[in-house]
Design a protein around this ligand. Structure first.
Ligand code: ZN
Length: 275
């Protein structure tokens, strides 16, 4: 083994959002195998379409690791309905043996403009769900979102906020660090160290920030096409003791129009070169 190989690295994982417009989950699993990608992060709509037991079997047959299941959360929407769905998400993550269940917490409560209220709803929902998840042995990963999503997707917007919340909870709750959401944060270095010291980094997502960004949703960049110092963040997360995978997760109308094999090939090449 050379010195270079002895450096700690993360296993590359395909977050299936990257090719979700082209491939169903079974095709994505086969795509990973073809391209030598040994981990996958499925989304629940596709999981349910293929069926949980069929997915578990396929993933086991191919020896893939499930780096996360995306996603639960949305605690600020209809509480009762969403909690049932969240319990089901925990069950699915458990069946898959996923490293964690990623939570997108939800934005403003419909008809209100009270961020503090939304954040309290999230804390309450999370407290309930974390007890269930702990009993099931499933780790929950809060994903802080870029502030442009605060209204409609996620009112937890910095790593600090997410970690403060984790500390109030009793279960196995940590964070999903997504370069796209956190790269701009002046407190990033310190918060990654804090997350690592508490063993709370459960997932790492990678996408680049394009300049200009044409739209709020669906214009994320392939690593290397934008302005984020991905290598630096990757190294910080590794140095903080993270031992999970690096998921390439690109919501992009541009890449969704391309041949999915080309997309996956590009992900693998860019991961090696840029990250
Ligand atoms: Zn993400």
């Amino acid at each position: 083994m050379t010195d270079k190989q002895a450096q700690p690295t993360m296993e590359l994982s395909l977050n299936t959002a990257t090719i979700r417009e082209q491939w169903e989950l079974d095709q994505a699993i086969q795509g990973c195998v073809r391209h030598g990608v040994r981990a996958i992060a499925p989304w629940r709509d596709q999981l349910q379409k293929l069926g949980v037991s069929e997915t578990v079997k396929m993933i086991a047959d191919h020896g893939l690791r499930v780096s996360s299941l995306c996603r639960g959360g949305f605690f600020t929407a209809d509480a009762k309905l969403n909690m049932d769905d969240n319990y089901q998400a925990v069950d699915e993550a458990r069946a898959l043996g996923a490293d964690c269940l990623v939570l997108v917490v939800g934005g403003l409560v419909s008809g209100t403009s009270d961020m503090a209220y939304a954040r309290r709803q999230v804390a309450d929902g999370l407290a309930t769900l974390s007890e269930y998840a702990r009993d099931q042995g499933v780790r929950l990963a809060l994903e802080p979102m870029h502030p442009m999503y605060a209204a409609d997707r996620g009112c937890i917007n910095t790593l600090k906020q997410a970690l403060d919340l984790c500390e109030q909870l009793s279960g196995d709750v940590g964070v999903a660090i997504d370069t796209y959401h956190v790269w701009w944060d002046p407190d990033l270095t310190r918060q990654i160290q804090r997350a690592g010291a508490a063993s709370r980094i459960f997932a790492f997502h990678c996408a680049d920030w394009l300049v200009p960004t044409e739209m709020i949703f669906g214009d994320r960049g392939m690593p290397g096409d934008g302005v984020i110092d991905l290598k630096r963040i990757y190294q910080m997360v590794l140095a903080a003791g993270y031992e999970g995978c690096c998921e390439i997760e690109i919501f992009s109308t541009n890449w969704w129009r391309r041949d999915p094999d080309e997309v996956l090939r590009t992900c693998v090449q860019r991961y090696q070169r840029v990250v």
